[in-house]
Design a binder for this molecule. Structure first.
Ligand SMILES: C[S@@+](CC[C@H](N)C(=O)[O-])C[C@H]1O[C@@H](n2cnc3c(N)ncnc32)[C@H](O)[C@@H]1O
Length: 359
């Protein structure tokens, strides 16, 4: 069953856990039970800690908002190459780094050996963060950062199947231990499901045509590699502009394979239960679909009251729990744009948990 979620961000609040639920760290989800807890000391550090693995975006802005001083416990839910985490550790904080990609964790742990007394690494999905923290013995923390998407290393590694420019298996899973691959989707999803994925997640105008031609083609030959798919799309969609015709399709498949919007929503719903009053949640996105979810969620959860046309007066917002620290998203400075092209679409939004007891 393919995950194509059409929920609006504000309807998230109607689920069991409210945005501001003080629910503690219990209730391990099904995904969390399969989660492997890895203490970084037990891993053998065989990889070098080259900084070209991934250049962290908006680094000084992240440090400004996460304020990583000694005594604070911060969670980096997307450890990746460990760039943001290393900077927060260098500033004196204790950091819990989470990544669902075993190879990313392995790399980051090697890099962060000098900080081993203040660094804990956990493998899992950030949507399972309450259970992960609970398993590792942590209760509430002082800050949570997520830097959504894939790292430059993952994109460049042909074997991971994220890139239409490099031949490799059509995989695209960040967690290679579970879930369906992009090849599974392309070869076995219905035409309607493919069309929805391409349209919703890739905003691809030719989604109908591409889905129908894929379904026709796979009758005779399954798609196995990234180039099988990229070349096929190039053969049916004329190249217009600078980008490769398969760009949007690869993006859409990656979002679907990793349920990227779904896990982001789950994190947003659960984050406040893991934060101490005054604790901050920072989210960096690279895609307008993700940024819209974060923007609407933060806006809703930072309004003390809700007013609707059909109500005679405004009512208290049961989801109110945050102070909005960034009215507009923080974007890269000119200086950063010059040295890191990837930063051009990065947007950081931050909220701070309010103390509900003192209201
Ligand atoms: C953009 S990179 C993060 C880079 C990192 N901030 C740094 O400074 O190197 C995203 C990383 O988060 C991981 N990731 C993405 N979504 C995730 C999720 N839902 N749960 C856990 N890890 C995730 C990816 O595997 C990848 O390694």
């Amino acid at each position: 069953m393919i995950y194509v979620d059409k929920q609006t961000p504000t309807s998230l609040f109607t689920q069991q856990e409210g945005a501001c639920a003080e629910v503690g760290m219990t209730g391990a989800s099904s995904r969390a039970s399969a989660v492997t807890l890895l203490k970084h000391k037990s891993m053998k550090a065989t990889e070098s800690s080259q900084s070209d693995y991934h250049t962290p975006v908006l680094l000084s802005e992240v440090l400004q908002y996460m304020a990583p001083v000694k005594g604070k416990v911060l969670v980096d839910g997307t450890l990746g190459g460990g760039g943001h985490t290393e900077a927060m550790l260098s500033a004196g904080a204790h950091v819990i780094g989470i990544d669902q990609d075993e190879q990313a964790l392995h790399h980051a742990k090697a890099r962060l050996v000098p900080f081993e007394d203040r660094f804990t690494s956990l493998q899992g999905n950030f949507s399972d963060m309450p259970a992960l923290l609970n398993e590792a013995g942590y209760d509430q923390v002082d800050g949570i950062l997520v830097d959504i998407g894939v790292s430059s290393w993952q994109l460049d590694e042909a074997d991971r199947g994220f890139s239409f420019g490099k031949d490799g298996p059509l995989d695209m899973r960040m967690d290679r231990g579970s879930g369906q691959t992009a090849a599974d989707l392309v070869n076995y999803a219905s035409e309607e499901e493919l069309r929805t994925i391409f349209f919703e997640y890739g905003e691809e105008r030719a989604s109908r045509k591409i889905a129908s031609r894929i379904v026709e083609h796979r009758e005779t030959k399954l798609f196995v590699t990234t180039l099988d798919l990229a070349d096929f799309i190039s053969s049916i969609i004329p190249r217009g502009g600078k980008s490769h015709p398969a760009t949007r399709i690869f993006q859409a498949l990656r979002i679907a394979v990793n349920d990227e919007l779904g896990v982001l929503k789950e994190l947003l719903i659960r984050a406040s239960s893991m934060l101490r009053p005054g604790g901050r949640l920072g989210v960096i996105t690279f895609h307008s679909l993700e940024d819209r979810i974060v923007k609407q969620f933060f806006k809703h959860a930072s309004q003390p009251e809700i007013d609707r046309k059909e109500w005679s007066e405004a009512r208290p917002n049961p989801d109110y729990c945050y102070k909005l620290l960034t009215r507009r998203p923080i974007t890269a400075s000119d200086e950063e744009l010059k040295i890191n092209r990837r930063s051009r679409s990065a947007k950081l939004r931050v909220v701070e948990k309010i103390n509900l007891q003192t209201l």
